[in-house]
Ligand binder design. Structure first.
Ligand code: OAD
Length: 261
């Protein structure tokens, strides 16, 4: 797809308004403004915790107490976080009839907390703990307190119901995400470095199926020069605010847009 490049936000708004069947793929960057660190980069989780030692299924099976040093931090940070203006912007786009689903790699539940109704959790979530011995599940808040390691009734150490490296993507989430990617008219990719497979295949699937790919990220990623049609550089809340402003100018028939968006 060619754009004239003179006003990419306006161009993105025009395409979203015309097609009205957008899907979003989000990553850790959208939750940075809620105080949740991303994974890569100097301030990221992987600068503090080597993922090979702390984020693989193998590491969890071998030394679950060690892995819980990192998991405790993630559960605490996610549990105390509130949705930010970018999450709210996504929920507003859904209400406007522009966005039909969010596929998220995040495990923090903040899209749902902001009011998004169709959220596909590609890497699971932190709300549930699962026993990888007997497969019993528990709500995290009922089973875990800071400084402890949560135990199953069978005595095993519980694991958050998130995807560690070496684990498959939950079957239904993967099916639904690929179906959304194949059938959407626009894929809006926000706050992901797109370095983790198979999530990083979603933009390519959408593109090959005819979707326009819009990317919101302050930095270029591996998608920017290859898959992305329109790169909107900037932090998610700010770019989404400008996009929603443009959308309301582009099409006055949108239902009321919540104030501030
Ligand atoms: P990354 O940490 O790899 O990438 C975060 C992206 O967000 C980067 O491209 C940043 O430039 C961008 N970013 C930072 N602040 C932003 C902001 N305010 N607004 C918009 N973008 C911003 O995180 P993910 O791509 O989500 O998986 O990581 C993917 C997966 O890798 C995670 O789900 C996790 C991790 O290992 C597993 O653990 C299986």
């Amino acid at each position: 797809m060619r754009t004239d490049g003179s006003n990419p936000i306006r161009e993105a708004a025009r395409i979203l308004a015309e097609r009205r069947n957008a899907v979003a793929l989000t990553g850790a960057g959208i939750s940075v403004e809620s105080g949740i660190p991303s994974f890569r980069g100097a301030q990221g989780m992987w600068a503090k915790y080597d993922p090979a030692e702390y984020a693989t299924l193998h590491a969890f099976v071998l030394s679950p107490r060690k892995v819980w040093e990192m998991l405790s931090e993630m559960v605490s940070v996610c549990g105390g976080a509130e949705p930010n203006a970018a999450h709210q912007g996504m929920a507003a786009l859904e209400k406007m009839g522009v966005l039909r689903a969010v596929i998220t790699q995040n495990v923090d539940g903040l899209h749902q907390a902001a009011g998004s109704r169709r959220v596909i959790e590609y890497h699971g979530n932190m709300e549930t703990l699962v026993c990888i011995s007997c497969w019993k599940r528990y709500p995290t808040r009922k089973r875990w307190t800071p400084g402890t390691v949560p135990l199953c009734d069978c005595g095993e150490i519980l694991k958050p119901d998130v995807v560690l490296f070496g684990e498959p993507i939950p079957w239904l989430a993967q099916e639904q995400a690929e179906e959304e990617a194949r059938t959407c008219g626009v894929l809006v990719v926000i706050g992901t470095s797109a370095q983790v497979s198979p999530a990083c295949d979603i933009p390519r699937i959408a593109k090959e199926s005819g979707a326009v790919v819009i990317e919101i990220n302050p930095e270029p990623t591996s998608l920017t020069a290859t898959v992305t049609d329109i790169h909107l550089p900037g932090i998610a809340s700010e770019v989404l605010r400008r996009l929603i402003d443009e959308l309301s100018l582009a099409d006055e028939t949108f239902p009321s847009i919540p104030s501030g968006h």
